[in-house]
Write a protein that binds this ligand. Structure first.
Ligand code: FMN
Length: 310
């Protein structure tokens, strides 16, 4: 499935990932207080379409205080699953007792999850890390507390909060959680390519994998993964025609979602990811940074054909 990514997992990105087979996707983490305030930017994050299903929303909160109001607001939108973030390592988040800070307070996390499970009509899941730091690995205990709260599945990123997004993924820690729990455990961390995804399944026995950075500029990773695990076939990466058509389609979805004025700026980072690793394309990325116009951006995308390695 597609893992939640702040600043990335918007509806256009989810739709593109689904076109290539991602069976489940999430919004980025959204603070319960922002939802309750119903500001414009947050409301935009809550919007989805019938093709954008099943969809999970990921919530961020330090305690259970604002949750009831949040669920009221959310009842006006369509979600299939409610995920709670106890994994985000950003200091801005953890300083306020949210995200990975809750790994240090398993009882508090359990009571938040209990409230969510009690009040929500949707299945509730949680996303955790292996622990706060190397000296306080406690994912197994956290997982047992969370299971006790009645959640339906657990997502685990196999790194500590201190590791952030670098350093090695601890497959053993994920396996310990998988072995201890009855509910499905979905593993995250360096699921960047088919061999690494295969390794994740093999070493942890996990029930599923969440793909994050591996999907940036590479929605085809879902097709490759599904073809391999469901049909036993190896799929080639996209030919240049498909690559260009997909980038254009993604661009179009972004423009529709955000409007042309904001859309071009928002799409730039995706274009960078789509072209990363394609030899000689730096000048195209530079050009993309210099234009605010849709027609010129489309021309830049077409120019990619010149860099086709085949
Ligand atoms: C840009 C970015 C934003 C992220 N935002 C979130 C988020 O909002 N919620 C969350 O649970 N994880 C978030 N993550 C973590 C990913 O979901 C994933 O667990 C992590 O990147 C490890 O997977 P990977 O090594 O395959 O990228 C984010 C990761 C990245 C790179």
């Amino acid at each position: 499935m597609l893992a939640p990514m702040a600043g990335v997992s918007d509806m256009p990105f989810r739709l593109i990932s689904r076109e290539f087979g991602a069976p489940l996707a999430f919004t980025e983490m959204i603070d319960v207080r922002a939802i309750n305030q119903r500001d414009k930017r947050t409301r935009k994050m809550l919007i989805s379409s019938p093709e954008d299903r099943p969809l999970g929303i990921q919530l961020l909160a330090a305690d259970e205080k604002h949750i009831e109001g949040t669920l009221d607001v959310l009842s006006e939108y369509h979600f299939d699953l409610l995920d709670f973030n106890a994994a985000c390592p950003t200091p801005k988040v953890t300083r306020k007792g949210k995200g990975a800070a809750l790994l240090k307070e398993p009882r508090k996390l359990r009571s938040i999850l209990k409230v969510l499970v009690g009040l929500s009509k949707l299945p509730v899941t949680v996303k955790i890390r292996t622990g706060w730091d190397e000296d306080s690995i406690n994912a197994r205990d956290i997982g047992l507390f969370a299971e006790d709260a009645g959640i339906s599945a657990l997502f685990i990123h196999g790194r500590t909060k201190t590791q952030g997004y670098s350093g090695v993924v601890n497959y053993r820690n994920i396996k310990e959680v998988k072995d201890a729990l009855k509910i499905p455990v979905i593993a995250s961390g360096d699921n960047l390519s088919l061999p690494l995804i295969e390794k994740m399944f093999r070493e942890t026995g996990c029930d599923g994998v969440a793909i994050a950075r591996g999907a940036l500029g590479n929605p085809w990773i879902f097709r490759e993964t599904i073809n391999f695990f469901q049909h036993g076939t190896i799929t080639e990466g996209p030919a240049i025609d498909e690559r260009i058509a997909t980038i254009k389609r993604h661009f179009d979805l972004v423009l529709k979602h955000y409007g042309e004025e904001r859309g071009v700026g928002i799409f730039r980072k995706f274009f960078i990811w789509y072209t990363k690793g394609l030899k000689g394309t730096k000048q195209l990325r530079d050009k993309a940074f210099r234009t605010d116009r849709k027609d010129l951006f489309l021309q830049i995308i077409d120019e990619l054909r010149k860099f086709d390695a085949h």
